[in-house]
Design a protein around this ligand. Sequence first.
Ligand code: EPU
Length: 420
Amino acid sequence: MDNYKLLITGGLPLIGETYVSGGKNTSVAVIAASLLCDEPCTIENLPDIEDVHVLVDILTNLGAQVEFDTAARRMYIDPHKVASCVVPYRQSQRMRASYYLLGALLGRFGQAEVGYPGGCAIGNRPVDQHLKAFRALGAEVEEKGAVIYAKGKMTGAGVFFDRITVGGTINAMLAAARAEGTTVLYNVAREPHIVDLANFLNSMGCKVKGAGTGTIRIQGVRYLHGSTYTVIPDQIETGTLMIAAAATRGDVVIRGCIPTHMEALTAKLLEMGVQVSDTDDAIRVRTLRGHRAVNIKTQEYPGFPTDLQQPMSAMLTKASGDSIVIETIFESRFKHLIEMQRMGARVRILDDTAIIEGVPELYGAPITATDLRAGAALVVAGLMAKGVTEIYEPAYIERGYEHMEEKLRALGADIHREAL
Ligand code: EPU
């Protein structure tokens, strides 16, 4: 169904067991990194989501042989025949992570021409730190119109990032993987997918150390051999499911996740009065009583993730008391709260701060998703509300959540599509 809305009849607690798919933001980095390799790679546990399919199109257009078995969640990538270093704007703007082709092509061939990336409209998203890293490694970089041109032999260097950036860290790692000499990246992102990318690069024979800390050291290698690699589970999907379980006063066991990646969220849920327990690879979330309001400030990992701020602040609209949410990473990540005012949410937004006055009840209403996580937040809102919520532009959700409706329905949610 191409043009549809989501209909949710809220008020039902989510109950049962579910599972987490492979990580979106790690998958898009690992798939791009496979271009650096001299031999075919097989990537496992990839989510069947729109962003992964867009990347398959881009790699195929570059000349790579790509086979994505969506049922097995496995992708075979043979980068041998990549003959082009050009990703036109009409392709690059379909997703954010298309800019990883800059680092990967530069790392492999010493040149890349990639259109500006697209992705969610959640604020100003400059790439100055990516370009700074490429230049430090020896590239000449020019920005002309909608395209970034980068060319040069990659040579190990020190790069100190002016601010912590996930994308900038990943792009610098890709560009440095086959550089001559050692690259040291300072003030880098520490997200789990940075560690996952480092593990993938190392599995191909690269020498990356320090991923997960503030400094990454990469000893470039000439030849990268093929690898079979399994990406980590999606911590943002895990968190969204945890929030949905808590928001509906449900009782859900989420399997196949990594609980240690969820500590910032788990701590906040416990502070709200939600019961959270975990084993090695599963988390159980239960709500027995009402929720207390809490304050949140988004930060780089291991702080509270900006990607979970949206579903979390949706849940806080029904907590008892006032919550203050400060968004420090992206300036336009409160659009879902404005939509939720139509459902009865009481929210004031002042620049990077949302003040949420908890209300006892939300009411179903027509609302519109403006980006991926806003879409997830509105689904949480719909699940919590009385009556029927209609969500327009739900296709954003397909960019990053694998089979979200099916997973929620299996937990007892009343959610379905209706053609427009
Ligand atoms: N920034 C700069 N200059 C740069 C790069 C970033 O000023 O050169 C700023 C950004 O404007 C932002 C901050 O640094 O204020 C952090 O941005 P970052 O580069 O870390 O974000 P990103 O790489 O564009 C990734 C995820 C986002 C996630 C952020 C933060 C991917 C494909 N995207 O974006 O995921 O919100 O990190 O964790 O990995 C999502 O999944 O919904 C999503 C938006």
